[in-house]
Design a protein around this ligand. Structure first.
Ligand SMILES: NC(=O)c1ccc[n+]([C@@H]2O[C@H](COP(=O)([O-])OP(=O)(O)OC[C@H]3O[C@@H](n4cnc5c(N)ncnc54)[C@H](OP(=O)(O)O)[C@@H]3O)[C@@H](O)[C@H]2O)c1
Length: 319
């Protein structure tokens, strides 16, 4: 496993992180035994970053992580959780001071921990002033309940506003953004955010490396039983399996094959190759997937300029 500094901080985060939305949000896993195997495979493979949210199963993912991780010394792993969608009542949402503090306290209770390492804003809240959000995060850092804070899927100008509010308030600014990034979706990471990395030392954790599993190539011959789209058929209406995507994937599979790799490993390695990405958060429904995806670390070295150019040509050809 490789470890990267998270943005301008010295915190060493594993190049691959483990996601947890599938434990609950997608309800694919209610089986504690399988989840325990996934966590064990991740930790054995050197993953030290676990990604969760108050939203995933409305707290269920955090409960499971808290239960399974409680015997592991807390300083050996990094937990990032997210606040914004804590419940159905009006006071259980948003990035206002009350919900940020209440949401975090509820998360800490479920995670059986005194603190989280990273608290992300799980989206942007147009109803709350940026100054209120920044002040609430600063307060939690000073209380020792969070080590760092970040944003998720904020635009460049929203992130800029958070930094300027932090400067005005003499408060702790955000450190990291969590954003979608894969061979199909690159613009935000590669273009929109480009000025923010040198300007603020902004770190990145990314998700959807496998485009919800589609970038493994397993949907080429139809929808496999038990797969995410097989279980949640409404997802097939969301454009994941568009003909152009499947055509690109045919070509990408060929590139992976020539490297003696699988497409899953190639797709994860492609994200790892971007030095702005500190941790690629992978989702998995069983330990074999985690073990396979961790091997992407060694495929990264095979992604020469020539291979990257072939990947780009395959994407362009059908876009
Ligand atoms: N900040 C945000 O707004 C946000 C949004 C979404 C996700 N996230 C985080 O990012 C994590 C990852 O997201 P994600 O799970 O949706 O995306 P993903 O990593 O692109 O897709 C993961 C899914 O692909 C399939 N898969 C994984 N490895 C495979 C392999 N080697 N072979 C075959 N299939 C494989 C599994 O689904 P099946 O086996 O069921 O097909 C798995 O659940 C989440 O758990 C969450 O922590 C954050």
């Amino acid at each position: 496993m490789d470890y990267n500094s998270l943005g301008r901080s010295g915190l060493k985060v594993s190049a691959l992180g483990l996601g947890s939305s599938q434990y609950s949000f997608f309800c694919q896993h209610d089986n504690l035994h399988t989840i325990r195997e996934c966590l064990a495979a991740a930790l054995n493979g050197g993953i030290n970053y676990i990604d969760t949210s108050e939203q995933y199963g409305l707290g269920k993912a955090e409960l499971i992580i808290g239960e399974l991780m409680r015997y592991i010394p807390r300083d050996q792993f990094i937990i990032g959780t997210k606040v914004m969608y804590g419940g159905t009542k009006p006071s259980q949402k948003g990035l206002n001071h009350k919900h940020i503090v209440d949401g975090l306290h509820n998360s800490l209770h479920r995670l059986q921990s005194d603190y989280v390492d990273i608290l992300y804003c799980h989206g942007y809240d147009p109803d709350t002033s940026i100054h209120e959000t920044v002040r609430a995060m600063d307060h939690l850092v000073h209380e020792g309940k969070i080590r760092y804070w970040g944003t998720s899927e904020w635009s460049r100008s929203q992130i800029e506003k958070a930094h300027s509010a932090a400067r005005e308030l003499n408060a702790v600014p955000p450190l990291v953004e969590q954003v979608k990034y894969n061979i199909f979706s690159r613009k935000r990471v590669e273009e929109e955010y480009a000025p923010l990395y040198p300007k603020y030392g902004m770190g990145l954790t990314t998700y959807y490396a496998l485009y919800a599993g589609v970038l493994t190539g397993k949907y080429q011959e139809g929808i496999p039983k038990g797969s995410r789209i097989g279980k949640f058929q409404w997802l097939s209406q969301e454009g994941y399996l568009e003909e152009k995507n499947l055509k690109i994937i045919d070509e990408l599979k060929e590139i992976a094959h020539n490297l003696d790799s699988t497409l899953a490993k190639l797709a994860v390695a492609w994200c790892l190759k971007n030095s702005k990405v500190n941790s690629v958060v992978i989702g998995a429904t069983n330990k074999d997937q985690i073990e396979e995806n961790i091997k992407a670390i060694s495929v990264k070295e095979m992604l020469t300029e020539d291979v990257i150019a072939r990947i780009n040509r395959a994407v362009k050809k059908f876009s």
